[in-house]
Design a protein around this ligand. Structure first.
Ligand code: ASP
Length: 584
């Protein structure tokens, strides 16, 4: 028997008991006549003690020579500690060692295995297995497991069946590039790894599995963006014989359940906001509604004077930043420069200080009088003491610039409390999105999303205006899930492919299986997927999804521990009928 107890579980009630423990040497402190060892396992740390009075000399010597991260087994007796440590749960006791076995030695680890480590990100990733021994990483993985368990518990309770769908498939478009896998047995042919199980879950609906879920890996070969992983995990769901409202209710309940079970937070019901409202009020389809600073549109109250910048702008829009009227000239200049950085790209920023005495002081006093500025304050909801920040220009660009400014100011003002949760549904997304570069429309969600009833004909006349039965769940300014009611009619699906620029032949080659299935009694259906990594990070009150993934890839999509991706040898290339390395 390697252990009778775990290191973390021993308490005062165990005093007097003989125990066997196994774990890693976190630390040894050698005071000459006495040696203390911190022994660590997944469950915690326990102090071991050996001294000249009570331990034989050979054993004491052995303890002295233990290196950090050696794996040892000890037998001993639980005793009360002379000097107690209130900071750890086992701090009132220690184990007086009578036997010690080294189970395995360890090289000195390249960084300290402590909550605050001296290891940089790269080093920690290269030795991730050592990083996982540290509490912050270990606790995140345990937390993730709990969230996943609770998801399974809730969904099974609702009658959902977990079904695995294949990883070696044909492209499922979610707007990214596919990772492909060459087939050895089918020369010159490739599988694609699923960007999502979208088509399979729809086929499961045709198969009559009316409530499906799966905690599943998805693969998207996207350009690098901060905190994206090329492989990530979804809680993927689909239901048949449902309308949008049914789906929103089930997954709102799932989210409430998780917030309650995992965070102890109770939330009544989630607000619903249309995409158009979200864009107009927050400049963003995933608004953080933990704080105000809603957009005030100012065209009507700014375009009547001689200020050319505003008069020629498609949109003039502002936010009232609470308490920021006190900003110094230097701080304000810094803010203006900040919005003008290429990453944000504003041409400039007009601001108005709303003084405590009710007067206003703006950077455009030359053009606007106090009455004008009072109207701006009204439109942005500004109070005395606030600073109104105004951007102008092309409507879409200006909205997204102001949205970035809004988030920045909220962060600065400490309004983004990670322990406060503000979920909402954003609904009525546009069906299509114009690609500015090619001038073509793409599916905003994916090509299987259904338009709002009665709007199909608009695809010919005003495609950009067609709204979809599509929805996102947003939590604290992050999209944590999204889905839609699907097209289940083969003709409508064919029409949709046509509008997305597929020839009938292309549509058949890529999605023939789905269109065929739709000829055999496809039920009305819809669903959604939550990003598990992101959800877990937010519930865990943290920002980075990497910290909740056991073996994540770095920002270049590499696993630096196993050193992947890597070249393969010519023999393997040949077997796969891939071109040989031209060097040889
Ligand atoms: N397949 C979609 C996605 O990955 C989710 C859905 O529509 O259910 O975003």
């Amino acid at each position: 028997m390697y252990r009778s107890h775990s290191c973390g579980e021993l308490r005062e009630l165990h005093i007097g008991q003989k125990v066997t423990l196994s774990g890693w040497v976190a630390k040894t402190r050698d005071k000459g006549f006495v040696v203390w060892i911190d022994l660590r396992d997944r469950y915690g740390i326990i102090q071991l003690v050996l001294d000249e009075d009570r331990t034989n000399a050979e054993l004491l010597e052995q303890a002295r020579n233990l290196g950090r991260e050696f794996v040892i087994q000890v037998k001993g007796e639980v005793i009360e500690r002379a000097s107690k440590n209130a900071n750890i749960p086992t701090g009132n006791i220690e184990v007086l060692v009578s036997e010690l076995t080294i189970l395995n030695e360890s090289k000195t680890p390249p960084f300290t295995i402590e909550n605050e480590t001296d290891g940089g990100e790269d080093l920690r990733m290269k030795y991730r297995y050592l990083d996982i021994r540290r509490n912050p990483v270990k606790d995140n993985l345990i937390f993730r497991s709990k969230v996943a368990m609770e998801v399974r518990k809730f969904l099974s309770g609702e009658g959902f069946i977990e079904v695995e769908t294949p990883y070696l498939i044909k492209s499922t478009p979610e707007g990214a590039r596919d990772f492909v896998v060459p087939s050895r047995m089918n020369e010159g042919q490739f599988y694609a790894l699923p960007q999502s199980p979208q088509t399979f879950k729809q086929l499961l609906m045709v198969g009559g599995m009316d409530k499906y879920f799966q905690i599943v890996k998805c693969f998207r070969d996207e350009d690098l963006r901060a905190d994206r992983q090329p492989e990530f995990t979804q809680i993927d769901c689909e239901m048949a014989f449902v309308e949008q409202e049914d789906i929103l209710n089930v997954f709102e309940n799932l989210t409430k359940y998780l917030l309650k079970e995992v965070n102890g937070v109770e939330i009544d019901s989630f607000p619903r906001m249309t995409y158009d409202d979200a864009m107009a009020k927050y400049g963003n389809d995933k608004p953080d509604i933990r704080f105000g600073m809603e957009f005030g549109e100012l065209n009507a109250v700014t375009q009547h004077k001689d200020f050319g910048v505003f008069n020629t702008a498609e949109l003039v829009v502002g936010i009232a930043v609470p308490g920021a009227a006190e900003y110094t000239r230097k701080e304000l200049d810094a803010l203006v420069n900040w919005v003008k950085r290429p990453q944000i790209g504003a041409n400039g920023m007009v601001y108005v200080k709303c003084n405590e005495d009710g007067s206003f002081k703006s950077t455009v006093d030359k053009f606007y009088d106090q009455d004008d500025l009072a109207k701006w304050a009204e439109a942005t909801g500004a109070n005395p003491g606030d600073l109104i920040c105004v951007l102008s220009g092309d409507a879409n660009k200006t909205r997204s610039q102001l949205s970035v400014l809004r988030m920045e100011m909220a962060t600065k003002l400490g309004l983004r409390n990670p322990n406060e949760f503000a979920p909402l549904w954003v609904v009525d997304f546009p069906l299509l999105e114009l690609d500015e570069e090619t001038g073509h429309y793409h599916a905003m969600h994916h090509p299987f999303t259904s338009p709002k009833p009665g709007q199909l004909a608009m695809l010919d006349t005003d495609p950009g205006a067609v709204r979809a039965n599509a929805y996102d769940l947003v939590l604290n300014g992050n999209e944590i899930g999204g889905g839609s009611i699907r097209i289940h009619d083969k003709d409508m699906q064919a029409t949709m492919f046509k509008h997305l620029g597929f020839t009938p032949e292309e549509a058949r080659a890529q999605f023939g299986f789905l269109m065929d299935a739709f000829q055999y009694g496809a039920p009305p259906h819809g669903g959604l997927a939550f990003g598990l990594d992101r959800l877990v990070a937010i519930l865990g009150g943290q920002e980075t999804i990497r910290d909740f993934i056991a073996f994540p890839k770095n920002n270049s999509g590499r696993d630096v521990m196993i050193d992947a991706p890597a070249p393969i040898d010519n023999a393997q290339l040949k077997e796969l009928s891939l071109k040989l390395d031209i060097q040889e």
